[in-house]
Design a protein around this ligand. Sequence first.
Ligand SMILES: Cc1ncc(COP(=O)(O)O)c(C=O)c1O
Length: 435
Amino acid sequence: MYGFTLTKQKEDEVLNTQTFEKYESEVRSYCRRFPTVFTKAKGSKLFDELGNEYIDFFCGAGAVNYGHNNNYIKPKLIDYIESDGIMHALDMYTSPKRDFIDYMEENVLKPRGLDYKIMFPGPTGTNAVEAGLKLARKVKGRSNVFALMGCFHGMTLGALSLTTDKAARKGAGVKLNDVTHIPAPYMYPEFDTIEYMQRLLDDDHSAIEKPAAVVIETVQAEGGIQVFEVEYLQRLRKFCDDNDILLMIDDIQVGCARTGTYFSFERAGIKPDIFVLSKSIGGYGLPLALTLFKPELDKFNPGEHNGTFRGNQLAFVAAKAGLEFMLKENVEQQAKDSGEIIKNFIEKEILPLDSRLEYRGIGMIWGIEFEKIPVANFSKLVTAKAFENRLIIECAGRKDSVVKIMPPLVIEKEVLLEGLTKLKKAIAESLAEIK
Ligand SMILES: Cc1ncc(COP(=O)(O)O)c(C=O)c1O
């Protein structure tokens, strides 16, 4: 960081992204939306090598809910490294892993009445989903799984067979089998999708095999911030119970207090049979993923879902510290309070900009829907303008028509309002441009 800000023209001269363009694969993605070279991050701000400061409404896609380089977690990591704490141990027993498991079970799961065994798959969300799928299929002895249209569960083959995004699926290069996609409840509000699932099971001419599990996000995040109603979640739980089907919840993006409760399913008072966590469970943006399941489902043979990086020791230290921080600072309440600020701002400041705008959200995840603006890629214009105005914010949803507001949960109120004001400006400018 140079500590000064360059003019736009000077930026173009100084900015050096050639290394990436020349040597890094074309598969790179977010860097295309945020074309600068980042150097530092603190709290809810990112800094680039041109001296610019950005407000972060993207939050590492939900991986840094407690803010970048969190001051409570950081010294614990430094101490651990300084003391030559073991860094790599496959899935051997280590003290950071024991400390994390004990803390998670005693302080997060048990107080919520949740009795789950914890499995450490490879340290990505998609691998946690793979593990959950394998387990569900093994336990139930069925290959089919139900997933909802509009869902995102990851990019490896099993998870990708759930994920509905057309472009992502095309990349698989093979058939994506053994999943039946059910319309999400918001798609046809007059159509009872739970009754439909029951019909698929009961009808001897449905040609659909009974699934091992139904896999859902309680809020479809990449799907455009679609918040499922409590009643739907409760009925789905009952449907699974009535039909001997497992309910698997993907809490990778909207878990870790994002919706105002540590687990997103708490608001419905339901307990999944299997659930997966990643992203902010790593506390400090470190790679970690968990697949959790009811003890009676623990049917894996030793090594049946093996991997070299299952259990990143530094991430265990950060994860435990992250949970301590979450409880100590009442991050769940912070998410609820700041969520109200976002909601009010959208209602009072953003919606009046154009009668075609809609919004949805819960806790600290909100979306502004631009579907009704008849201009292709309008939301990308908004996020590009926001970026020019030093706000990092992403799109989601069908045709990327939603702008997703997802700041760190601990963002200071003034910074939150500053970011929202930048967003309002970007929307107003974009609307003016297409007039
Ligand atoms: C709900 C959900 N599930 C799974 C994943 C995949 O996680 P990862 O990118 O770590 O593989 C994501 C990533 O955005 C996600 O949002």
